[in-house]
Design a protein. Structure first.
Length: 417
């Protein structure tokens, strides 16, 4: 008995001293050694987690855990990886093993693909939150021009969410915000933008007005986190999940796999024509035992609206191959599935044509990630109206850190400049 007590004290003391730090590592495919980006990483006994970056690297804050906790890593199509925290020494290299699942063993009596989607949507009330809940999420937005960073912002967002059968929007509060200074000015049409800027400055000076350079800056983004905060397909009801619009898509079975140690079927979909300026295709991941959608990937070619084409032509602008990709993953807590990871990526190229000088050309890539650091089931605290996030206002002016968070407390996504 004494030896057990001594062992417990050693573990307790060592955990409180040695493990008030970050767990770091890289996640790769065990066969190909290729990095696995945007992989969910969490501690089992805590309702918190993080996400790996494009190179598979991750950092996980471990301030509140003990040696008795377990690190777990989840990625669709791979075996669930677990390792006790007390076994972690130094930087981890986690090799995930691909799974092999026989489709016929998962679906013994297969029905039409749309039947499984209908059943999953029908059971939203039992599979997804039936009580309001709160999340603390890490957000970042990255913009690149010709592979050079022109924007990198990070934020921590507290959100109050309603039940999933209620389509009302979530309410958000900005707790932390920062923008990197390790970025370069956008070069595309820079001379023209500077000329316009000088003109507006002179006009403001003539009127005796103060010119706010930042408010006049032209930035190509999704408009801050508002777009990604609305990405929850299950709650918002995307067209490809709406049974009244199934005729506008083609659906097919695309095999079977595993996610978080459960078997899933994969349903592929493709829009028959352009919908909402997007030619869509993607995959829906469904666990057929509980009829729950555990993840969605969708991609699409963006079709420039006809009304915009004359305007672009007049200014000598053309857009090449604009594409959108998005990813949504859910996390099970007890028997309920909560949002865990949202990701949006937009890329394409633009040309500015000139009559008497060389044309300008640039490639663009914009990416947003929202990763739930903490999920608080059945809990919300009122966010006063004056502290609620407004996408039309500048982010730095909307920080209300009444939770007392510091960046060292947050699981961020590593970014390599």
């Amino acid at each position: 008995m004494l030896s057990k007590t001594f062992s417990f004290l050693v573990i307790f003391l060592f955990s409180t001293v040695a493990f008030s730090q970050k767990i770091t590592g890289v996640i790769i495919d065990a066969n190909s050694n290729e990095a696995l980006p945007f992989t969910a990483v969490s501690l089992i006994n805590q309702l918190s987690g993080t996400i790996s970056n494009a190179e598979g690297q991750f950092e996980l804050t471990n301030n509140d855990s003990t040696l008795t906790d377990t690190l777990q890593v989840n990625f669709i199509g791979y075996e669930l990886f677990k390792v006790p925290v007390y076994e972690i020494k130094g930087n981890l290299t986690i090799q995930l093993k691909p799974t092999s699942v026989v489709f016929d063993e998962v679906l013994i009596e297969p029905r039409e693909p749309t039947w499984y989607i209908k059943e999953a949507i029908k059971q939203r009330g039992s599979n997804y939150p039936s009580q309001p809940f709160q999340t603390i999420a890490y957000y970042n937005e990255v913009m690149k021009e010709n592979d050079h960073y022109t924007k990198f912002t990070e934020a921590v967002i507290k959100s109050n969410h309603s039940v999933y059968v209620d389509t009302s929007k979530s309410i958000h509060q900005l707790l932390l915000f920062k923008a990197s200074d390790k970025i370069e000015d956008m070069q595309f049409m820079k001379a023209k933008m500077e000329k316009m800027d000088r003109k507006k400055r002179k006009q403001a000076e003539k009127k005796g007005e103060e010119y706010d350079e930042k408010s006049e800056a032209v930035t190509a983004s999704f408009g801050g986190p508002n777009s990604i905060l609305l990405l929850d397909n299950i709650k918002s009801g995307e067209n490809f999940l709406d049974s009244t619009k199934f005729k506008k898509y083609e659906y097919n079975f695309d095999g079977a796999s595993t996610y978080k140690n459960i078997d899933i079927i994969i349903i592929g979909f493709k829009s028959k024509r352009t919908l909402d300026n997007l030619k869509q295709h993607g995959k829906i991941y469904i666990n057929t035992e509980s009829n729950v959608i555990v993840g969605i990937d969708f991609n699409g070619q963006i079709v420039i609206p006809a009304l915009a084409k004359p305007f672009m032509l007049a200014y000598g602008l053309s857009v090449h191959s604009p594409r959108l990709a998005a990813k949504v993953r859910f996390k099970q807590i007890d028997t309920t599935w909560y949002p865990e990871i949202f990701q949006i990526k937009l890329n394409g190229a633009m040309t500015k044509r000139y009559t008497f000088k060389e044309n300008e050309y640039a490639t663009f890539e914009i990416e947003q990630v929202l990763s739930m650091n903490k999920i608080l089931p059945n809990y919300t605290a009122i966010i006063p109206k004056e502290k609620q996030f407004d996408a039309s206002e500048e982010m730095p002016k909307q920080v209300y850190n009444d939770e007392g968070f510091e960046w060292k407390d947050i699981n961020v996504m590593k970014v390599s400049y």
